[in-house]
Design a protein around this ligand. Structure first.
Ligand SMILES: [Mg+2]
Ligand SMILES: [Zn+2]
Length: 229
């Protein structure tokens, strides 16, 4: 059997986005479109134009939904979110080659944990935001907020803080993602597997990236040591 991890200059570690990466669509956007609370358009616009931080915007979006919708929102996501092909195979590949795999998501625990339940990822390898349904409206909590080194600020779930726990003289850091919550982390890692907006961003900034469609594509590149050519 080949030993792909030995083709990396240092021990590889994967940080994988959830919404629009592990799942085929962005679940938060889908939920907000479906339940369409008044005022939502404005908030989405402000997040995209960076007028609002991700943390502020996501907090405000969920605060538009009553806590009583919890089960309905979760059921909607569970029934509509598809998992991108090759995801179980990538997890298997990581296990086989002793490559740590972390889910780093700007999404929310109450739909991420149930969606990931079939895949056997340890809880402490899943970083996401929390939720509180004790009030009238849904309140998002931020157990993994930015550390003092994050110059992005207002990440909510700070991917750069998670990535920094793996020093780059020891680890070959690889980020997998698609969109705005991945922009700050992409600047920090050795290699990005990108889709959608993140591909455009990496191109603009000249960051080392490999566009992908399925996780099978990623496995193939990891087998070759993640080389981009
Ligand atoms: Mg995403
Ligand atoms: Zn941050």
């Amino acid at each position: 059997m080949s030993q792909p991890t030995s083709t990396f200059p240092r021990k590889p570690v994967l940080f994988c986005d959830f919404d629009g990466t592990i799942t085929l669509n962005d679940n938060i956007v889908a939920v907000m479109k479906h339940f369409n609370p008044p005022g939502i358009e404005e908030i989405i616009k402000d997040i995209v134009s960076v007028k609002k931080s991700i943390k502020q915007g996501v907090g405000e979006m969920f605060a538009l939904l009553p806590s009583s919708l919890k089960d309905e929102v979760r059921e909607y996501i569970l029934s509509t979110a598809g998992i991108r092909p090759g995801f179980p195979e990538l997890l298997e590949w990581c296990k086989l080659h002793d490559v740590p795999f972390y889910v780093t998501s700007g999404g929310i625990d109450f739909f991420i944990y149930p969606l990931l339940a079939p895949f056997g990822i340890p809880d402490d390898h899943i970083y996401c935001n929390g939720s509180d349904f004790s009030g009238d409206n849904i309140k998002i909590t931020w157990p993994h907020d930015c550390d003092e080194h994050c110059d992005n600020g207002g990440c909510g779930m700070c991917k750069t803080a998670v990535i920094r726990q793996f020093p780059n003289d020891e680890y070959y850091r690889i980020l997998i993602g698609d969109s705005i919550t991945d922009f700050a982390g992409a600047k920090l890692v050795d290699l990005v597997f990108s889709r959608s907006h993140l591909t455009e961003r990496c191109r603009e900034l000249g960051l080392p990236h490999i566009p992908f469609d399925t996780f099978h594509d990623i496995i193939q590149h990891l087998e070759q040591g993640g080389r981009t050519s």
